[in-house]
Design a protein around this ligand. Structure first.
Ligand code: E4P
Length: 230
């Protein structure tokens, strides 16, 4: 399963990239609004300089020509840009036109398997159902992931399901178990996946026991013990 970072914060992207687990990045206008002092183009170019994986850049125009013009502009910024287009009638039309031009798209704001099916048929490379926002209205976000992933595999569509609006680490596990090709995670969720109280406690205890054992050896050998670890 591929893991993307859902952020426009450059330092967060550098950090997760340095762990060797980053497969791509998704941005949106809300995430960009948190960045100060850089244009969207510059942010996207910086991100594309860190990861070679797909980097989603979202259009805000509501008409097809506007979407095409914004998307073509983003696509020229770097080879790994994927144009993010909201699910709508005009969005589907733009996705189809982008596919004809060889520009990859990520269809965003998907809330049902049927919307995902339409986006796949129109030619979107990535399909982004928003699990957290579905859960927020007391419905089952993961059911959308399960249904859409099954449909995509059953008919062998050339699209990948990207679980978006992830709120906690359990969403990631469930997305993987339900066949999602990708999940995009806030930085905080990546950190939560790394840590477990027993892991953190175990690291402290192993270090303590190591130091105790070493001190005892040194004492009994009169300081002649040499070890790789300090
Ligand atoms: C990513 O592509 C989406 O824009 C993002 O995951 C939405 O997350 P939110 O529901 O937390 O805003």
């Amino acid at each position: 399963m591929k893991l993307f970072l859902d952020t426009a914060e450059i330092e967060e992207i550098r950090t997760v990239h340095s762990w060797g687990v980053l497969d791509g990045v998704t941005t949106n206008p809300t995430l960009f609004s948190k960045i100060k002092g850089m244009t969207y183009d510059v942010v996207l170019q910086e991100i594309c300089g860190i990861t070679k994986g797909p980097v989603s850049a979202e259009v805000v125009a509501e008409d097809v020509d506007g979407m095409l013009s914004e998307g073509r502009h983003f696509a020229k910024l770097a080879d790994n840009i994927v144009v993010k287009v909201p699910m709508s009638e005009t969005g589907l039309q733009a996705i189809n036109r982008f596919r004809a031009e060889g520009i990859k798209t990520n269809c965003t704001l998907i809330f049902t398997a049927n919307q995902g099916l339409l986006a796949a048929k129109a030619g979107a490379s990535l399909l982004s159902p928003f699990v957290g926002r579905v859960d927020d209205i007391n419905e089952d976000g993961m059911a959308v992931i399960r249904e859409l992933s099954e449909i995509i595999r059953f008919f062998d569509y050339d699209s990948e399901v990207l679980t978006a609006s992830v709120r906690h680490p359990r969403h990631v596990t469930e997305a993987a178990l339900n066949g999602s090709h990708i999940a995009t995670l806030p930085f905080k969720v990546f950190g939560q996946m790394v840590h477990h109280p027993l892991t953190d406690k175990g690291i402290v205890q192993f270090r303590k026991d190591w130091d105790t054992a070493r001190a005892a050896m040194e004492q009994s050998s009169g300081g002649k013990v040499k070890e790789a670890a300090s």
